[in-house]
Write a protein that binds this ligand. Structure first.
Ligand code: NDP
Length: 392
């Protein structure tokens, strides 16, 4: 029986995780569920899964949740970052689903890594921000880091399990990272200027949270994933080639020196990589419908257009620049995406804000996590300062 903490339980990945867990009560028990503000969802989930702890990052939401849960001693309610870190590192837990969106997920994900847990990593921003420091924490504690992002989980499945960080030894020539291209794949540069948040969030293949939907539309998601792949598989951007594959059926591929290309295919449903991570090395039913290749008929591939979608280029450059450049990129992107979703920034201004933020900051490596968080805060302030200068 695996005891699981689900960070970000009220979100898209959190709900899919709980759906897989629900199907296997003999294998998994829920130790803790966490969210930020969505109290209604947490009441429902706590009544169903009866976790030992429920954590709300927002203290007011924690008070509301505590009032609404039955006073039967089953679930204690905690608040804030300390509560998140406590349930990620608790000795009773062996598996932590890291599915908080954005930089806010780094402290509890790191707490899980430091405590040597099986960390199921969906929260790519945590790894993009902290890179080497996070991988060092994993190596020190002996934590088991398993990728949940569908592309990285596909690559993981196509690699020999003992060679995940030894691509050369495994005979890998390249990683072929697939991307759907998002809802605006065929839009002209002019048409991109006027796209709305509702359009950006209507992904053609995947149903996801708002932030990652906008990232998918701008190709920043692929940029963050490029960086994520470099850290997870100990490789360089030139070894990772992005292929736009609009059908989202091939989730990524590994090209070997003997000419073999191994791919992982499946319906675009996050329960597949989640089930893979939860049960690894075993396979369990994820509730995902079987793939019907006859109905699909054909697969297509295109090169990404870095002129219309500069975020992918900016992410690759930030990784090359090293130091805290990826953390600054990530923070500026979070500010830009929030501004776009609030109707304060054009879609095409997202890369402009990121580029200007990077240009006005120094990005030397941080000495420690405190230094990294300070750089993250500074980048958010600088990005906010750009807002009135960019918005039209
Ligand atoms: P959602 O927006 O659907 O959910 C985000 C979760 O994080 C919610 O539980 C939310 O709580 C919580 N949260 C938000 N802000 C904070 C905060 N400041 N402190 C603590 N918790 C917070 O996101 P997704 O599930 O789509 O994505 C989660 C992560 O997984 C992201 O990093 C994303 O890139 C990654 N991912 C997602 C995929 C998908 O298909 N959705 C695919 C691959 C990766 P509340 O509900 O209360 O706001």
């Amino acid at each position: 029986m695996r005891s699981v903490t689900v960070l970000g339980a009220s979100g898209s990945i959190g709900q899919s995780t709980l759906d897989v867990i629900r199907r296997h009560p003999e294998r998994f028990s829920v130790y803790a569920l966490t969210a930020n503000r969505r109290v209604d969802d947490m009441v429902r989930l706590c009544l169903e899964f009866r976790p030992r702890f429920a954590v709300m990052a927002d203290p007011k939401a924690a008070e509301q949740l505590a009032v609404r849960l039955p006073d039967d001693g089953v679930t204690d309610v905690l608040a804030g970052e300390a509560g998140l870190c406590q349930v990620a590192a608790a000795p009773e837990v062996d598996t932590v689903m890291a599915a908080i969106v954005g930089a806010a997920g780094l402290p509890p994900t790191l707490a899980a890594a430091n405590a040597g847990k099986r960390v199921l990593l969906a929260n790519k921003e945590a790894l993009v921000m902290s890179g080497q420091m996070f991988m060092d924490a994993v190596a020190r504690s002996g934590a088991e880091l398993l990728p949940i992002d569908s592309e990285h989980n596909a690559i993981f499945q196509c690699l020999p399990s003992d060679r995940m960080r030894d691509l050369k030894g495994a005979g890998v020539r390249r990683i072929l990272l697939t991307a759907s291209g998002g809802p605006f794949r065929t839009f002209s540069r002019e048409a991109l200027r006027d796209v709305t948040p509702a359009q950006a969030c209507a992904h053609p293949n995947w149903s996801m949270g708002q932030k990652i939907s906008v990232d998918s539309a701008s190709l920043m998601n692929k940029g963050l994933e490029l960086i994520e792949a470099c850290w997870l598989f100990d490789t360089r951007p030139e070894m990772v080639e992005v292929h736009i594959h609009p059908e989202s059926i091939i989730h990524s591929m590994v090209d070997y020196v003997d000419g073999s290309v191994l791919a992982q295919l499946g319906s675009p449903d996050m329960r597949t990589p989640i089930a893979n991570g939860l049960a690894w090395p075993e396979r369990i039913d994820a509730g995902v419908k079987p793939l019907d290749l006859f109905a699909l008929g054909q697969f297509n591939f295109e090169r990404p257009d870095l002129e219309r979608f500069p975020c992918l280029r900016l992410a690759a450059e930030a990784f090359e620049a090293g130091g805290t450049a990826p953390a600054v990129l990530n923070a500026a992107n979070e500010v830009a995406v929030a501004a776009f979703l609030n109707g304060k920034l054009r879609f095409t201004a997202i890369p402009v804000m990121i580029e200007r933020t990077l240009a006005c900051m120094t990005t030397e490596a941080a000495d420690d996590f405190d230094g990294l968080f300070a750089k993250d805060r500074e980048a958010r302030c600088k990005a906010q300062e750009q807002l009135p200068k960019i918005a039209v």
